[in-house]
Design a protein around this ligand. Structure first.
Ligand code: NAI
Ligand code: MG
Length: 393
């Protein structure tokens, strides 16, 4: 296979720590690639008024494959205050660069696998009549990544045309007396193509990796139109995948069942907000942010990132204490995406071996509070964890 070029975007905080660790593992497993650096994050907001500079977009356009660490994001007014003096009052408005990247490249399919590694002390355990048991969780959440409640079509004090248009709906009658300045509206728009792509993606993944069910997790009994459309597309897709069961759950009930019988679920598919919720929920059962990886996949470009953020409080720790596994598992998803599954399987097996052995554990796995002194108490630092994985390779 031709040598790949990967756009490496460490971003802010611990993104800068964990991304190079993932590249060390990719190198060790013999994945041949050139890495080109892509600027993204807070420094570029402060100095250029743009947290996702055009040059980074160009790199992704050219190479189509990205690894992303994490960025620091702050509310609009705080962001404005932190702009470099020369950049102030020029009309720059802060927007999250990762959300913008997803929108710009239409990275509409987000995949978030949540699998327990045997021996991880953070795994969910369940009380039984005579003790405890540890279910083996292997759930993969497909989250629609660009629409719905995160689509950004929203107003406080909606313009008159918006209000007039909404008032054609009989249910708006109850808001008749509310002044527009006291009204906030966030829309939940689903398009059929996006629903179709996410549910079909989920079924194809289930087929490829041998999952027995796809669960559409929405709320069609109440949110009839949008959730209803996702449900309808789920039913249509299911016809083309005999042998894979279609299940339906409501997001609220799903959160309860998730802690009752998480091992029952295979692939789940949801809109943007519910997908965010249910994937964080499942991630919490299998080790949390230190283990939660994700893919953002569009028709042309794909970017792989841990679910966690920049954890600024750990940025200056030397040596770093954070867990690199979420980033390394995200790099495995990149390998899966380009058909290098033999290499990704090797890396996952090495991680599984380190976790099962239970000797090298970062502070989160040792259930310690995140302070620099965790290293004195026996927690492994970031590079030691990577070294342990490399040793198993
Ligand atoms: P966070 O995920 O950065 O950190 C929350 C806590 O989780 C940390 O304090 C730490 O205790 C733990 N944690 C996170 N990653 C870990 C790792 N690899 N190993 C061990 N422990 C880990 O979320 P927070 O504190 O809410 O946000 C910090 C910044 O990150 C904010 O500016 C936020 O906007 C941004 N953010 C960026 C994301 C992205 O780049 N995709 C996602 C989430 C937050
Ligand atoms: Mg989230």
């Amino acid at each position: 296979m031709a040598k790949r070029t990967v756009v490496s975007m460490p971003g802010d905080g611990i993104g800068k720590t964990v991304l190079p660790e993932a590249i060390r593992v990719l190198d060790a497993v013999g994945f041949e690639a050139d890495y080109v650096h892509g600027d993204i994050g807070w420094d570029f907001w402060i100095n250029e008024g743009n947290a996702l500079p055009d040059r980074t977009i160009k790199l992704l356009e050219e190479h189509k494959l990205g690894l992303f660490g994490a960025i620091t994001s702050k509310p609009k007014d705080q962001a404005a205050e932190e702009l470099a003096p020369a950049m102030r009052d020029k009309g720059f408005v802060y927007a999250s660069p990762i959300v913008r990247m997803r929108q710009h490249f239409d990275l509409d399919v987000s995949i978030r696998p949540c699998k327990s590694f045997q021996g991880n002390p953070l795994n969910f355990i369940r009380q039984t009549t005579d003790g405890f048991e540890e279910p083996n969780v292997d759930a993969v959440i497909f989250r629609q990544n660009t629409e719905g409640l995160y689509g950004g079509v929203e107003w406080t004090n909606p313009p008159k045309q918006v209000r007039d248009a909404l008032e054609t709906h009989p249910r708006m009658a109850k808001f008749k007396e509310v002044p527009s300045e006291d009204m906030a509206i966030s829309t939940r728009i689903f398009s059929r193509n996006a629903c179709r792509r996410i549910v079909r993606g989920a079924f194809e993944y289930a087929k490829k990796f041998g999952y027995k069910s796809v669960t559409v997790c929405e709320k069609p009994n109440v949110i009839r139109e949008t959730s209803g459309m996702m449900r309808a597309e789920g039913m249509a897709a299911a016809k083309d995948f005999p042998g894979i069961d279609l299940w339906e759950t409501n997001i609220d009930a799903q959160m309860m069942w998730m802690t009752k019988n998480p091992e029952t679920y295979g692939v789940l598919v949801s809109g943007n907000m519910f997908g965010d919720i249910v994937s964080d929920g499942f991630a919490g059962l299998v080790g949390g942010l230190g283990f939660a990886c994700s893919a953002n996949i569009g028709k042309e470009v794909a970017v792989f990132e841990p679910t966690h953020g920049s954890a600024p409080k750990y940025e200056t720790f030397s040596p770093s204490i954070v867990n690199p596994i979420a980033m390394i598992l995200s790099a495995c998803m990149m390998l899966d995406h380009i058909g290098e599954t033999e290499r990704s399987d090797k890396i996952r097996a090495a991680i599984a071996a380190v976790v099962a052995e239970g000797i090298v554990r970062t502070y989160d796995m040792a259930r310690m509070a995140g302070r620099q002194d965790v290293l004195d108490k026996g927690a492994a630092n970031t590079t030691e964890m990577t070294d342990a994985i490399l040793a198993k390779l």
